[in-house]
Ligand binder design. Structure first.
Ligand code: JCF
Length: 686
């Protein structure tokens, strides 16, 4: 016998659950501060679904359960917008932004520097409009042509950042809100990762992913996509809710439960506008979503009414557009670049094109697999994309534009630099030039590695200089570097006598190094800093490493058979042994690593601690790092080896991220210390 519960407690539980879930949504999506853990959210949602399944008469349109799995619609109904969805006029540079401020001030017959503007980043998504009747979401629609859009209410209901019911006691009888639906970079990456795992199609960019998701007839699909909504405009609202300014209305929208841009700012006059656009340009790379400019609005709503519209666009707003990040161009040729280990990388030579203010004429194609994935051929028209300071990428090939004379891209049989044969080992994706150090390209890269900061650290010996030295054949092997004379160096173009002297001085300094750095500098495939360190500590002496058997190498901690065989074959090559003897002949040396007093794992490294640690005090953490040979410093630079970031880490963490310095949290630090500490080192730390 199952006793039916009386209706009242169920109704209560349902409304409590709904309130808890909506609160959690609000905290998560609007305030960016999750109130409850995801598992708890899921538990509450499941409980509500259960109760509603038992009591279908209690299901309401605004219940959080209605965000998912509503039945598929039959095409989308047309929705006529009561107030047209406007387009904005564009400004492409500072001058046009200033002209906007001037026009506004003239029409308002006021001083240009006294007009307040409400500004925000321009999200690169899809505009939608939401209608609330007595606080309940009753309709959601796309922009369409501005007059008529598609009713996609069921899809929009699945977005947790769209309130199904407005918050608060006192909600307007009618509210129409506009905003942008978009996908964050992290959501997009996750979605594409999942698609890759399943073997299904990946989306080209977050905007396409968002658009594709909203166009699905099955709201279950939209529900599974990480879509977000950000409100930016009120189209209709009861008169008594009107505010004096746009920025005040935006604050009101937040109170009612909408997410608005956290970057929103009220600025003064043309200078304020220009400054805001500059700031957004700099912020752009750091944001987790795509923006394509900034939206600038006259803040005072009476002034907005006075200004009115010209044809379809308001006189009181302007979209400042960043230069486009994508352009189309043509692949004129594909050449192959040879790396340090002989790896051949295909590079597309493009018809030069301006992308975001920079001329792009090359783009990497990564490897033959990528060429196949893109189905790219020479003479194809392609879309190139430049994001921040990364190497330009080919996004896609416009297959319809393929000309008759398009040519298939093939891996050359001979190295384009030294003509040695190109080999593909086993099932490796990469093809390699077999020329080794006879190949000038490999020689250049090997020298760059040899001189790099973590190897011999030769200050002032940069890429261009190495290229020049190899091309003139002044330098063929690393040892030749130490035979360079200042007088000769000064003959190079753009090389002053002083720079030549400095370079010789820094070569002199770099001559004295450590065994670990020396081994690392040799550029043995698969031998990074850690392995070089391990070898130096284990064998203590270079000739013992050079003569070690495969088995002896495998006995070193963390060296497996593959790395051991790379090391063994490297030292088996006569020309590699000659290079080493030659380096010793020109005076490269290091202090002997004495047994028992060997180099510490962190010797030569600078670490930075920031934020609050829990398990360790700062002093303890510092002492343990110092015991391993590290220097602990208070400021982050590009020479910093790693930053340990505790709770509430601030600017140092940010700087580390900008510089690409390794960042560890406290658990990672503890694991690292646990791995590297020996009874010796922990003793000296305490
Ligand atoms: O972020 C946007 N894409 C965006 C578009 C922001 C706004 O404040 C907008 C907009 C389109 C029209 N405001 C209007 C009036």
């Amino acid at each position: 016998m199952c006793a039916r519960k009386s209706a009242a407690p169920v109704t209560d539980e349902i409304s409590t659950l709904r309130a808890q879930l909506e609160n959690a949504n609000y905290r998560y999506y609007v305030e960016d501060a999750p109130g409850i853990p995801d598992v708890e959210y899921d538990r509450l949602l499941r409980r509500l679904q259960e109760l509603e399944a038992e009591h279908p008469e209690l299901v309401t349109a605004d219940s959080p359960t209605q965000r998912v799995g509503a039945p598929p619609a039959e095409g989308f109904p047309e929705v006529r917008h009561a107030v047209a969805m406007l387009s904005l006029d564009n400004a492409f540079d500072e001058q046009e932004v200033r002209a906007f401020a001037r026009r506004v001030a003239e029409r308002l017959e006021t001083d240009e520097q006294s007009v307040l503007f409400c500004c925000e980043p321009k999200l690169d998504g899809l505009a939608v409009s939401l209608v609330y009747d007595n606080g309940v979401l009753v309709q959601g629609a796309t922009r369409g042509d501005g007059r008529t859009g598609e009713g996609i209410t069921a899809n929009l209901r699945t977005l947790r950042s769209i309130p199904l019911r407005l918050r608060g006691e006192n909600v307007p009888g009618l509210l129409e809100v506009r905003g942008e639906v978009y996908m964050s970079h992290s959501g997009f990456e996750k979605l594409n990762d999942e698609a890759r795992t399943r073997g299904s199609k990946v989306f080209a960019n977050p905007r396409n992913a968002a658009a594709g998701s909203l166009r699905q007839l099955d709201p279950g699909i939209a529900a599974a996509r990480p879509l977000e909504f950000c409100a930016y405009q009120v189209a209709r609202i009861d008169d008594d809710y009107l505010k004096p300014s746009h920025s005040a209305l935006m604050r009101e929208l937040r109170e009612l439960g909408f997410r608005t841009s956290p970057e929103i700012d009220v600025v003064t006059g043309a200078d304020g506008l220009v400054d805001f656009c500059d700031r957004m340009g700099k912020r752009r790379e750091g944001l987790d979503y795509d923006i394509d400019g900034a939206v600038l609005k006259v803040d005072d709503l009476r002034a907005q009414r006075e200004l009115g519209f010209v044809s379809r666009a308001p006189r009181w707003a302007m979209a400042f557009k960043f230069p486009a990040q994508e352009q189309t161009t043509v692949i004129r040729d594909v050449t192959f670049q040879v790396g340090r280990t002989g790896r051949l990388t295909p590079v597309a030579r493009l018809e030069p094109v301006q992308v975001a203010g920079v001329t792009v004429s090359n783009a990497t194609l990564h490897n033959m697999d990528e060429i196949q994935r893109l189905d790219a051929r020479i003479n194809d028209t392609v879309i190139v994309r430049r994001a921040g300071d990364v190497i330009p990428q080919i996004v896609s090939v416009i297959q319809d534009a393929r000309p008759e004379d398009a040519r298939v891209i093939e891996m050359p049989a001979q190295c384009p630099v030294c003509d040695s044969s190109v080999e593909r080992v086993g099932d490796e994706v990469d093809a390699r030039c077999s020329g080794g150090l006879f190949c000038p390209a490999q020689r250049k890269e090997a020298l760059k590695h040899f001189a790099s900061r973590r190897a011999l650290d030769i200050d002032g010996l940069g890429t261009k200089l190495i290229d020049a030295l190899v091309e003139r054949e002044w330098v063929k092997t690393p040892a030749d570097l130490f035979r360079l004379e200042a007088e000769r160096l000064a003959e190079l173009p753009r090389m002053a006598q002083k720079s030549a002297d400095n370079l010789v001085a820094s070569l002199e300094r770099s001559r004295h190094t450590t065994l670990a750095r020396f081994i690392y500098a040799l550029g043995i495939p698969e031998v990074g800093e850690a392995t070089a360190n391990a070898l130096a500590q284990h064998f203590g002496e270079l000739h013992r490493v050079m003569d070690a058997s495969q088995e002896a190498l495998e006995a070193v901690a963390d060296i497996g058979p593959v790395v051991a065989s790379h090391i063994h074959s490297f030292f088996a090559e006569a020309h590699n042994r000659e290079t080493i003897e030659d380096l010793i002949r020109v005076g490269v040396d290091w202090e002997e690593v004495e047994l028992g007093e060997r180099e510490q794992p962190l010797t030569g490294q600078t670490w930075v601690l920031t934020g609050a640690l829990e398990a360790l005090t700062r002093d303890e953490a510092k002492a343990r790092l110092v015991a391993l040979g590290a220097k602990v410093s208070g400021s982050v630079s590009k020479k910093t080896h790693a930053v340990v970031a505790g709770d509430a880490a601030g600017s140092k963490l940010e700087k580390a991220r900008q510089l690409g310095v390794t960042v560890m949290d406290e658990p990672a630090l503890l694991a690292f210390l646990g791995e590297h500490e020996t009874p010796d080192s922990s003793e000296s730390a305490s």
